[in-house]
Design a protein around this ligand. Structure first.
Ligand SMILES: [Zn+2]
Length: 574
């Protein structure tokens, strides 16, 4: 929105100002905010958060800043996003859409061009064993089948198996020291899924983050949702995964889903059934067309893939830095955070996704995350189930065909030589003349790891299948138009009119058609026409004899040229 646009595109002055302000606030108040004393400092944090937000946006937002401070007496902390990611200019914890990253790319360089990514521990808590509670924000709306359904894979199996996979097992790298919160990060669990009925104020669109917090707390306190469970250190393990129906836009601090961000994770501190708790949640908007194009590829990615991708991003960031939204300094309650590049998945954003295979054998798309130990972005260290990429083959039953005929594509998926059954595969095409990559089908391998599918190409097409991050070799099928040609008569007296007629299908805006005559050993073009489909060439042969003609349709609009059969004309003396 306006103030974020200004912030992201504001150039070096604003970026430097933001950094120096952050430092100033850190120097002035940072030492009074320590991990584990969040409640006691809550009022002070909110004021500091508002102040930081106020200064960051160039003194524009006095009204909402004071509103935040006033409402801090309630159980929730509205608009608690205190920190701002220096790379994106968005509140900490937010995953920006691609266009928003581009806007912030220059500021990233300005912060520190020579930055080597490194996550530093800032003293805050992590999530030891993530216990994911899925929440459908209103049961009546439209969701992806993977969110509401029970057929695997779905978001339940995603959480159950990704939290139990090699994608998480290596995060013990980010255990917190005894001088910090003294927590060990291990595997997680999926608790279950509940559809809630939000109050009317929390049912509309756009819905504000502060409204989400209040409603989430209300649902927990009323027993509709399970309260946070705690780890050995007495810190919450529970992460609420909030799914919103199609058409619901979520906004926070002037940023909205599908415009500035794909998803975010956040937290607030509240009295949950009388106990002070940090409530951690992930806002996972419906992957509509805006989000698919802004957070993935509109032509090559499914909504399900994009949803898996940003959910994995938020999940690992919630685990390694759950309370970023409560941080007002580069100190507690920040946990693992790179002051220049953000959180564990922010560092790797824009790199290709990978896949992690669950114990159910299904491969789930996940984003890469930063390993301090390996000094690079990874999916895992192969600790639990080192799963090699599958090998995909692809064959076509013909290298070329006439428009209107189908091509049959078949192949197999194997891993280490063994067939992979039940593997979801995307069929990707690039069709001439534009050659834009498009996903045209998603299907599943059969018992022997085999698949077969048909396509009806109307132009020359390059095919490839993809699964679990691997691609098959590409196969090209050349498509020719369907060309008909006929003589009005095969025997004619000299001087009498004869015509050659026919059509080219599919029709094209400027199809060139040539009438050729056999002269010695060669075919020579004798007439030419530019048509859309039907054509007619007129002849008036004057010399008796035997003639051979044919028609050639020139290559056009992604189709190869086509040649008719030979037309034989006998001209009589008269
Ligand atoms: Zn992030």
């Amino acid at each position: 929105m306006a103030r974020l646009g200004r912030f992201a595109d504001g150039g070096p002055w604003l970026v430097r100002t933001k950094e120096s302000l952050r430092r100033r606030i850190h120097d002035a108040g940072g030492t009074s905010i320590r991990g584990g004393t969040v409640i006691a400092n809550r009022r002070r944090q909110v004021v500091a958060a508002s102040l930081l937000g106020l200064l960051c946006v160039g003194l524009l937002d006095l009204g909402s800043a004071s509103a935040n401070a006033v409402s801090a007496g309630r159980d929730t902390q509205p608009a608690a996003h205190g920190s701002v990611n220096p790379r994106t200019g968005l509140p900490g914890g937010m995953l920006p859409t691609k266009s928003h990253v581009r806007g912030a790319a220059s500021s990233r360089r300005l912060v520190n061009r020579a930055t080597v990514p490194h996550l530093t521990y800032h003293g805050g808590p992590v999530v030891s064993n993530a216990a994911v509670v899925s929440v459908l924000w209103g049961g009546a709306g439209t969701y992806l089948a993977q969110v509401t359904g029970s057929v695997s894979p779905n978001m339940d199996t995603f959480f159950r198996h990704v939290t139990d996979s090699s994608y998480l097992s290596w995060l013990s790298e980010y255990d917190t020291p005894a001088g910090g919160t003294n927590q060990s990060i291990g595997l997680g669990t999926f608790v279950g899924r509940t559809a809630i009925t939000p109050s009317s104020v929390a049912s509309g669109t756009p819905i504000a983050d502060s409204t989400i917090q209040a409603e989430l707390l209300r649902q927990i306190n009323s027993g509709q949702l399970p309260a946070p469970i705690l780890d050995a250190a007495g810190l919450p393990n529970t992460v609420y995964a909030l799914f919103f129906p199609q058409g619901t836009t979520v906004c926070d601090a002037g940023s909205c889903s599908g415009v500035q961000f794909c998803a975010y994770h956040s937290s607030f501190t509240a009295a949950v059934k009388g106990q002070a708790r940090n409530v951690r949640y992930m806002v996972l908007p419906h992957p509509d067309a805006n989000i698919v194009s802004g957070c993935g590829s509109a032509t090559a990615d499914t909504p399900e893939k994009v949803l898996h991708s940003y959910t994995s991003h938020e999940l690992v960031e919630t685990i390694t830095d759950p309370d970023v939204a409560l941080a007002t300094t580069t100190g507690p309650p920040l946990a693992w955070y790179d002051p220049a590049l953000g959180e564990i998945a922010d560092i790797c954003q824009g790199l290709a996704e990978g896949a992690v295979t669950g114990t159910d054998g299904v491969s789930y798309v996940v984003q890469q995350e930063w390993s301090n130990a390996l000094d690079k972005c990874i999916i895992d260290k192969g600790a639990i189930s080192p799963v090699p990429a599958p090998t995909l083959t692809l064959l076509t039953d013909t290298p070329s065909l006439t428009a209107g005929r189908a091509v049959r594509l078949s192949g197999t998926v194997t891993r280490s030589g063994a067939p992979v059954a039940g593997q979801s595969i995307d069929l990707i095409v690039r069709r001439a003349p534009g050659n834009v990559e498009q996903r045209i089908a998603t299907f599943t391998t059969g018992a022997g790891g085999a698949f077969a599918v048909s396509d009806l190409p109307s132009a020359t097409t390059r095919y490839v299948v993809r699964a679990a991050g691997a691609s098959s070799p590409s196969r090209v099928v050349v498509v020719r138009p369907k060309l008909t040609a006929g003589l009005s008569r095969s025997v004619a007296h000299r001087g009498r009119p004869v015509s050659v007629r026919g059509s080219v299908q599919p029709s094209a805006s400027s199809q060139r058609v040539f009438l050729q005559r056999r002269v010695g050993a060669k075919w020579v073009s004798v007439q030419k026409a530019v048509v859309t489909s039907s054509y007619r060439f007129g002849l008036r042969p004057t010399r008796p004899g035997a003639y051979r003609y044919r028609v050639v349709a020139g290559a056009t609009q992604g189709r190869a040229s086509a040649t008719s059969g030979t037309l034989r004309l006998r001209v009589l003396r008269g």
